[in-house]
Design a protein around this ligand. Structure first.
Ligand code: BGC
Ligand code: BGC
Length: 598
């Protein structure tokens, strides 16, 4: 508790400095604003549903790209031109307040073809590497800045407590110690000290308890007393506020039956008051619709709970009309409106967008997006995120061996990336964006040797000295991933694997998944097992560890349960008898038997 209070005091001190710095500029502007201009600032629309002209007409404060929402010209210059067209419209209004353009850059700039795609957060949790995560934040910010955008809806500081949850991979892992370890450094990479220039405004999400819902149901109900809610699910937010995070997004989920988007106690009293958060709160996509009552009731309840900007992707016009009516009726006070607008403008001033609203052409044309240097960092992240769970001596692979490879995920950038990649739900397109598939990575590794690589997607024609089989989850995002296949390996994937196993070669299984899948009935037949999570575009990082050029260092960010009867199972639970405990991870050079819990 004392520690908590200390970090709260630290948070307030940093936060006050942001408040103080822009107070005069913000006050001057707010004093000139009409109600329509203020409510416009509080409104965010989706690019596909709002033109630059709509930005000017409604005084919109922000535009977003939802998952997979890209301009027709999806080049770096095309993105920047789209951004600048919205910005130009905003600058043409009476007060000329720039918009913020927000996007889910949650593992690199993942909507953009050609960007560097890093492992999803679950893999970053496995690295335990704060320096690396800061560098990933910095590179993500740079690639997003190169397309002109100002704001990412990241990081998710969710604590995934039940891997049936379809968003498990967006979490660093099940132990809040991971959020404590990684959040501040990730944010300092994303936001830098200014949130502007080559940096971004970040967004800690989803406040609070998104990973704690009963049965892992996405957008479900988190049933916990307040002490446990704070100890498990609030840690990342405390870190984020102390790092001066610009924005926070409430969760779709409920706490003890009440939707977070209407929870004035947790949003206003705790987040803004006690924690001292002085950025702004952005609602999630159409999330206020899930509050009880009419749309009018939903708008009133969520504004009064302390939400400052509203992600109303399509019905922003109705939102503006409804909030205007609520203010005129006295159901929302002018003080509340002014507080919201002050918060939004403060972040706009602090981020530098008021002075530099347009894309920086040096960045746009700088060849930064997907650069070799950025991909090298992603490759490092891939090799550090892989967790070696079993090795009967078949690893490291010999580069001079004849290697047989199978599995649809073995030659597909789409499967490697998982959800929130090019499309909202991800893609199974093997060539969705440039990168190295696992097949290509193994080929690169044996290219200059006498070794060979034979690939057969479906596990036919097995031959050679050793087999590698990649088993993959189908890509998914959010509720689409809830309890997929009951967390078993997809039956068609298992068919491919068993076909290869029947041929009798020593066999390495590499799993591409957003979470632990049950393997107890199968693992005895495997000679080695690697959890590769959702590594992103740089498959060469897997070859680095499979061939032993680097040792495995990844440690489980989640408990690996034996079967469904054990779920949910988290470190610290009693009894605790998983297949592999939290923190488990073998090394190639330690005889393959030891492990350390972190
Ligand atoms: C959007 C996503 C959004 C989701 C919400 C999708 O259509 O592309 O960005 O998160 O809807 O349900
Ligand atoms: C997700 C958020 C995301 C938003 C915008 C929602 O469906 O829950 O995490 O930031 O869409 O795409």
């Amino acid at each position: 508790m004392r520690k908590l209070i200390k970090s709260l005091i630290a948070a307030v001190v940093v936060a006050l400095s942001m408040t103080g710095a822009w107070a005069d500029e913000v006050d001057d502007l707010v004093a000139q604003m009409t109600l329509a201009e203020k409510i416009g600032q509080m409104t965010q629309a989706e690019r596909s549903a709002a033109t630059p002209n709509d930005v000017a007409t409604f005084f919109l404060g922000s535009i977003l790209s939802g998952g997979g929402s890209s301009p027709a010209d999806g080049s770096v210059a095309g993105w920047a031109a789209m951004h600048d067209a919205y910005q130009q419209a905003a600058l043409s209004t009476r007060l000329g307040i720039p918009i913020l353009y927000g996007i889910d850059a949650v593992h690199g700039h993942n909507n953009v073809v050609g960007a560097t795609i890093f492992p999803h957060n679950i893999g970053l949790g496995a690295t335990r590497d704060r320096e690396l995560i800061e560098e990933i934040g910095r590179i993500t910010a740079l690639e997003v800045s190169a397309t002109g955008l100002e704001w990412t809806f990241a990081p998710a500081v969710s604590v995934a407590r039940d891997q049936r949850w379809g968003r498990t991979y967006e979490s660093f892992g099940e132990d809040p110690a991971l959020q404590n370890l990684l959040t501040a450094r990730y944010l300092s990479g994303l936001q830098g000290s200014t949130m502007g220039g080559e940096h971004l405004i970040a967004c800690a999400k989803h406040y609070v308890g998104d990973g704690g819902t009963a049965n892992g149901t996405d957008q479900g109900n988190t049933i916990l007393d307040e002490t446990a809610l704070r100890q498990i699910h609030m840690q990342g937010f405390i870190q984020a506020v102390s790092q001066n995070v610009g924005t926070v997004m409430p969760s779709y989920s409920s706490w003890n039956g009440d939707k977070m988007h209407g929870n004035g106690y947790l949003i206003t009293t705790v987040l803004k008051g006690e924690l001292g958060f002085d950025g702004f709160v952005i609602s999630d996509w159409n999330a206020i619709d899930q509050l009880p009552g009419s749309y009018y009731d939903q708008v009133v309840a969520s504004v009064n709970a302390g939400i400052d900007m509203f992600m109303e992707p399509y019905r922003y016009g109705q939102f503006i009309a409804t909030l205007t009516e609520a203010v005129n009726n006295g159901d929302v006070s002018m003080n509340r409106i002014d507080d919201a607008v002050i918060r939004i403008l403060r972040v706009k001033f602090a981020s530098g967008v008021m002075d530099s609203p347009y894309a920086d052409q040096d960045l746009v044309t700088g060849g930064l997006v997907g650069s070799a240097a950025h991909r090298a960092v992603a490759r490092e992240a891939v090799r550090k995120s892989a967790v070696l769970l079993k090795n009967d001596g078949v690893l490291p692979l010999d580069k001079n061996a004849n290697i047989y490879l199978a599995g649809k995920g073995a030659d597909s950038i789409g499967y490697q990336m998982g959800g929130w990649s090019i499309g909202w739900q991800g893609t199974t397109d093997p060539n969705a964006t440039p990168g190295a598939t696992i097949r290509e990575a193994l080929e690169h590794a044996v290219a200059a040797t006498s070794g060979t690589l034979t690939y057969n997607r479906d596990g036919y024609g097995v031959s050679g000295d050793v087999a590698v089989v990649v088993v993959a989850e189908e890509p998914y995002a959010e509720f689409y991933g809830d309890n997929l296949n009951g967390l078993s390996i997809d039956p068609t994937e298992l068919d491919v694997l068993n076909r290869v196993l029947n041929a009798g070669l020593p066999t390495v299984v590499v799993m591409l998944s957003g979470r632990p899948l049950f393997v107890s009935d199968e693992i005895d037949k495997w000679d080695a097992f690697v959890a590769a999570w959702l590594p992103g575009t740089e498959g060469d990082g897997l070859a680095d560890v499979l061939f032993g050029d680097y040792d495995f260092t990844g440690k489980l960010p989640m408990t690996w349960p034996r079967d469904a009867s054990q779920v949910p199972l988290n470190v610290g639970d009693e009894p605790y008898d998983p297949l592999f405990p939290y923190g488990y991870g073998l090394r190639l050079r330690s005889g393959g038997t030891s492990f350390v819990v972190y």
